[in-house]
Design a protein around this ligand. Sequence first.
Ligand code: GLN
Length: 488
Amino acid sequence: MIDLTITEALKKLNSREISATELTRAHLDRIEKYGAELNCYITTTPERALSDAAAADARYAAGNPLPLDGIPIGMKDLFATRNIRTTAASHMLENFIPQYESTVSQKFIDAGTVLLGKTNLDEFAMGTFSKTSYFGAPINPWQLERKLTAGGSSGGTTSAVASGLAMGGTGTDTGGSIRFPASITGLVGMKPTYGLCSRWGCVAFASSLDTPGPVARTVDDAALLLSAMAGHDPKDSTSADAGFHAHTPLSPILGDGKKLRIGVIKEFSNVEISPDMKRIFDARIADLKSLGADIIEVSIPNILDALAAYYIIAPAEASSNLARYDGMRYGLRVDGADLIDTYKKTRAAGFGTEVQRRIIIGTAVLSSESYEVYFMQAARVRRLIADAFDRAFEQCDLIVCPAGAGTALPLDSDLSPLEYYALDLFTVAMNLAGIPACSVPAGLAENGLPLGVQTVGRKFDDMRVMQLAKHIEQFAGVDNRPTKIMGK
Ligand code: GLN
């Protein structure tokens, strides 16, 4: 039952071949078996899961099921869940129990999903390997004994979905945190257009970049999850007045004489990537060509400056967003001699090294001496990149590019902060521009590990981004069934 896709499971649930309770129990059993080893959940919610499943079964029995009724999912522990601990993987929020439900998690409740638990992540979603988590890093189920990273920051979700400890889940993507982990765990990770999914109740990192989105094993499954989570929300002032409604299976947009101009980013062709990624990327481009796509080179002149701009803008916004953790209203409090001392002690104890680094960088670039030279300059680069994408999409309909340079690295790789930041090279530009991008399994490297490529589109072209990803998925044919990946 663990290997079923969401699409397949919904069929079996609808035909009453399986029950939501059986499906949920199968996942809870597997969490029991492998959850501790994979460390993909910070909090599991088995009782809630079983009661969600019973409610779903009742709706199936009554003949009025909800769109995702009975589908067990994992929720990134950045989305506030009423009466369920929500930690953002930080000591600061270790014991925080929200009184309210985030819009995205509420929408999953409204769609009938079963909540298995809250998945692990980098502290406040700052990181690339999920190693900055206060609860330790989740592990990639591929070649388990090697203890590879499942990526970050949504690494708990990718670890859980790839291992069959959830059928799908949520992530958030501020600079690549859905797409990078998906690419190295053989999953589909969709960063929708900024504003398509509400940020309300999602612990803030960098508000102008934060984008909730789905992680799943197939593009169709990801489209179903996105259909549930997208939609306008008056509680989020940047929420777009747009929805996403997928009818699966998604229909092909290539073949049968359908024409599409696909852009390849010129500036990325000079970036060093692994020979595996090069081979796989070229093969998938050739496949798309064979279906009748015109491959066009497009230029995003400042795209290689995206990293520098991102690592100014994101910390700047983070330093402002994280100012609220002062020990006064909620979260950790370490009493000091006076108010200032209490602030200092609370924040020194509550935040990990990487979060502190970002707060310091962010505060520095927003200071009056640095604002013009760093923050404003980064904002200008951001505008140039967004404009260049607009121009590129006058020449092509969609863009395809790598999701990362190579396969999953061991968790104990000793990388410097700058080396971690450099891993976001292929993903941050889409966040700066607010455009949709989907990482899809594109092939296996020589070492047997999966690699993803991204499909990228104009704002609100999320559907076509996923339709193109589906063509790549079909050509690549990566077998990502959990029992195949883990051999058990
Ligand atoms: N790796 C990036 C960072 O650390 C992206 C994180 C994210 O998308 N949440 O900022």
